[in-house]
Design a protein around this ligand. Structure first.
Ligand code: ADP
Length: 615
């Protein structure tokens, strides 16, 4: 994984890479919609030619024609034909831009999103925890489509300007070859344009982490999940303080980069206006005044055309330089997109399919460390989950229970040791087929802004699913609440997109997310504190149901209430990343070790609170 700091980042890519990144964008657009790219770029060619014929060339033809006593009929014929062709072309393109183009743009965006989302699903969870990678990821997601469209726009501009430049230069050359020198001057200004673009890119790069922080603060103000904590104590003030700090940061670098950009921009404008436009105007007017003299001179028509054309040429040249600088800028941004898309997950996908019916899951001498951590979170863990066995994973906070479950799901790969399913290392199996064998409910489960049914199934619906969802809700205990909702299992959850949407309490959400394991018949079930928001009676009922409904399936459940561990076939106690004790509830009580101590303490507390309640 790349660990370069942003300052070390290269500001300029080699020409080959710049070209390759821009071609990459054009290829993506071409693959998504060849017609769109063809019409987009073809139209600039047509616009360029029509503009020239109806501006500089037309003016010269008319003024010189009048001066030379040419017949008016020829000129009218030219104007009528040109007008007719222009109307036809503009009408066709207008229809294309308004009717066809939006659909094609959506198609291109969908294609690019598909590329990114597929990769996003592939990258390891560890990547989300590495800021340098995460920044690139956010950047790629934010900008890939816009940037690719910008490449096309720049190319479109380049074509239009090249046509105009070529046509106007030819005209000037015919009139007086020396005039070309004035037109070429803006090329020298290209250097400053490049500096301006580099400053722009640096500014955008530095802005990302600040924006990320500011967006986080904003989210804490409007997302329901933060609403309670935000109203307690001084969190509101803390967040406002953070927002103010990001604003101060923002002002600091705008001052730094904004000043640089302004100076480069100023040098370019002055160079263009003074040297090119005023210089050429002076030269051609002087030349026209010399008409009839020995030095030759210009026709009035030519002089008018020069004044127009020199402006067009310098504008085009300046624009072309800018276009090339833009290609450089696009290439820098696309470098991040390509880094993300080319990223090869270190977690290699296996080739074989995982056994469909599950099997014995063996964990052998497993150790694991989070990236950036100084010590192992899991230390030399070994145990076997037999088919159909229900294991309770217990231990104090931070002992490594969730981490173990994440490694079992192969969201992370262990540094040492191995996991075998049916006797085979899980690394030999495809990630998708292996993970598809698990139904999982995490502590920080998410409810989606979709129907109850979608939230339970977590997949597209099929015939007969309504009954399956009703059954799953009954088993998880969520049926009572869902039964009271106006549209039952078709009710939309959350009010994010639907005013009639329902917001469920945390306990209700937890029951709903639990229904997911009953709606699926995967060989493995993993529950990470599935009952933390339930009251003891609801929790006991939920565990009873779970035990009944998961017969034949292998289950690992994490619970902080040890009363539920009694129901398990076996209990694993984690302590400081190690597997400290392992056995049935009775065996561990007889052992009289840490588990027994924890169990007795919880039982005393519970009894104590019962006594207090009844007093
Ligand atoms: P438990 O589920 O038993 O409460 P966890 O598995 O969540 O414990 O955490 C075990 C240890 O690993 C804790 O010290 C925690 O701070 C650390 N940890 C958890 N997630 C991460 C992470 N993404 N990066 C670094 N350390 C982590």
């Amino acid at each position: 994984m790349e660990k370069k700091s942003q300052k070390e980042k290269k500001k300029k890519l080699p020409f080959k890479r710049t070209l390759s990144n821009n071609l990459f964008a054009l290829r993506a657009i071409w693959t998504a919609s060849p017609i769109y790219l063809t019409v987009y770029l073809g139209s600039s060619l047509v616009y360029g030619v029509l503009d020239f014929l109806s501006e500089g060339y037309l003016l010269r033809k008319i003024v010189n024609g009048v001066e030379g006593g040419e017949e008016i009929a020829g000129m009218i014929r030219y104007v009528v034909i040109l007008g007719g062709v222009s109307i036809l072309v503009y009408s066709a393109l207008n229809w294309f831009w308004n009717v066809i183009s939006p659909v094609m743009q959506r198609r291109i965006a969908a294609y690019i999103e598909k590329l990114l989302f597929r990769k996003a699903a592939e990258v390891e969870l560890a990547c989300y925890e590495t800021p340098s990678f995460y920044d690139k990821y956010v950047k790629a997601m934010d900008e890939a489509y816009e940037r690719m469209i910008k490449v096309m726009r720049t190319l479109d501009n380049l074509i239009a300007r090249t046509v105009a430049l070529f046509a106007n230069s030819l005209l000037l050359f015919v009139i007086d070859p020396w005039l070309i020198l004035f037109g070429l001057f803006p090329l020298l200004l290209g250097f400053f344009k490049r500096l301006e673009n580099i400053a722009g890119h640096d500014m955008e790069t530095e802005k990302k982490p600040i924006n990320r922080r500011a967006n986080y603060v904003r989210r804490t103000f409007y997302l329901g999940e933060y609403a309670k904590e935000m109203r307690i104590g001084g969190m509101y003030e803390n967040m406002l303080r953070d927002l103010r700090e990001t604003f101060t940061e923002f002002r600091r670098f705008i001052r730094k980069y904004g000043t640089r950009k302004a100076i480069y921009g100023y040098i370019q404008s002055v160079g263009l206006e003074v040297v090119t436009i005023l210089g050429a105007t002076f030269y051609s007017v002087w030349s026209a005044m010399c008409i009839g003299s020995e030095n030759g001179g210009m026709h009035i028509g030519d002089c008018i055309v020069v004044l127009g054309s020199i402006g067009t040429i310098s504008y085009c040249l300046n624009n072309l330089v800018q276009n090339f600088a833009e290609f450089g800028e696009h290439a820098l941004f696309l470098e991040d997109v390509r880094f993300f898309l080319d990223y090869n997950p270190t977690m290699a996908d296996g080739k074989e399919a995982a056994p469909e019916g599950g099997g014995k899951l063996e964990v052998r001498h497993l150790s694991f460390r989070y990236e950036g951590s100084e010590s192992d979170t899991l230390k030399d863990i070994s145990f076997t989950l037999h088919q159909g066995e229900r294991i309770a994973l217990v231990g104090s906070n931070g002992s490594g229970k969730t981490t173990l479950v994440k490694v079992l799901l192969r969201l992370y790969d262990p540094a040492e040791g191995e996991i075998l399913l049916g006797g085979k290392n899980i690394k030999e199996m495809t990630l998708a087929s292996y993970r598809n064998g698990f139904s999982t409910v995490f502590q920080d489960f998410k409810i989606f802004s979709m129907s109850v049914k979608d939230n339970v199934l977590l997949r597209p619906g099929r015939d007969g699913d309504d009954e399956l969802v009703e059954y799953a809700l009954k088993e998880s205990g969520a049926d009572e609440k869902v039964g009271r909702l106006k549209s039952g299992i078709h009710t939309i959850l959350t009010r994010e997109f639907d005013d009639k949407g329902e917001n469920l309490s945390v306990g209700e959400q937890q029951k709903l997310s639990l229904a997911r394991i009953f709606a699926d018949r995967t060989p493995f079930v993993i529950l990470d504190e599935p009952s933390s928001a339930l009251d003891p009676i609801a929790e006991y009922k939920m565990f009873e149901n779970m035990m009944r409904a998961t017969v034949g399936r292998s289950v690992i459940f994490i619970s902080h209430r040890l009363s539920s561990a009694v129901l398990a076939d076996r209990v694993l106690l984690m302590d400081g990343g190690r597997l400290a004790e392992c056995g049935t509830h009775a065996e561990l009580m007889a052992l009289n070790g840490k588990y027994a101590a924890m169990f007795k303490r919880q039982a005393e507390n519970y009894l104590g609170s019962e006594v207090t309640e009844h007093e």
